[in-house]
Design a protein around this ligand. Structure first.
Ligand code: SF4
Length: 238
């Protein structure tokens, strides 16, 4: 498939590397222990997966600080595809402890605080969403940030040893994503029309400025090398 094809082959994949081919292989290979994580920029992967497997498991994390537009997008997706998304939430006791220690905006005071918030609000719930899964799929693309430029389509998740991570559109451009959404008349997060490209918690996401990469609107007050929440980073525990 691409320069990292040998990596995919080590997992038994010998296809042509196209997104749908990769997804079809993953859904066949890992069913029923595979989930699709939806972050609500757009439902491209949901649309693709449902055509292959109508009962694919779609999971999402509600951090408690998502923008209203994201909930609306989730609602649009459920209505359009007649599915029910499985939501996972932060554990109350952990959230209360976090706020006791750092306050509501502690994540802006240090990278450590920010990672702690992301752990409690995102990673821990996602770990529960993926418990018992052998594989999961995300919409990561190489052009989203320097931290993602080497992402492969099929690899062992460094943050979850033994679990295979599938990124079917890793080599797609933003324009190709837009073309797909348009061709299939898919709903998308209305914040995309206001300059937002990578949409997370409301308080940690802003619209892009000219010349910025799609992840530059996330945690913009931090060093660019920190533009991940830890969902995809190895050995990241508090
Ligand atoms: S993105 Fe911001 S508010 Fe959301 S979990 Fe991470 S630090 Fe907390």
């Amino acid at each position: 498939m691409e320069k990292n094809g040998s990596c995919a082959e080590s997992f038994g994949y010998f296809g042509n590397g196209d997104a749908e081919d990769v997804m079809r292989w993953a859904l066949d290979r890992f069913d029923p222990k595979i989930a699709l994580a939806c972050s609500f920029q757009h439902p491209l992967l949901v649309h693709m997966a449902l055509q292959i497997r109508p009962d694919v498991r779609v999971v999402a994390v509600d951090t408690g600080r998502l923008p209203e537009e994201t909930y609306q997008c989730a609602e649009d997706i459920e209505r359009r595809f007649k599915i029910r998304i499985e939501w996972f939430f932060p554990e109350t006791a952990k959230l209360e402890e976090l706020l006791k220690n750092t306050g509501q905006y502690g994540f802006k005071k240090s990278v450590e605080n920010r990672k702690q918030c992301c752990f409690v609000r995102k990673i821990d719930p996602m770990n529960r969403a993926l418990a018992g899964m052998d594989a999961w799929m995300t919409g990561h693309r190489r052009d989203q940030s320097s931290a993602r430029e080497g992402v492969e389509k099929i690899f062992e998740d460094p943050a979850r040893p033994g679990v295979i991570k599938i990124c079917p559109i890793a080599d797609w451009s933003e324009q190709r994503v837009r073309d797909y959404l348009k061709a299939h008349r898919l709903p998308y997060n209305s914040l995309m029309e206001k300059g937002f490209r990578s949409i997370g918690c409301e308080c940690c996401t802003r619209a892009l400025r000219d010349g910025e990469n799609s992840r530059d609107g996330r945690w913009w007050w931090e060093n660019p090398d920190n533009k991940e929440c830890g969902l995809h980073v190895p050995n990241w525990q508090i």
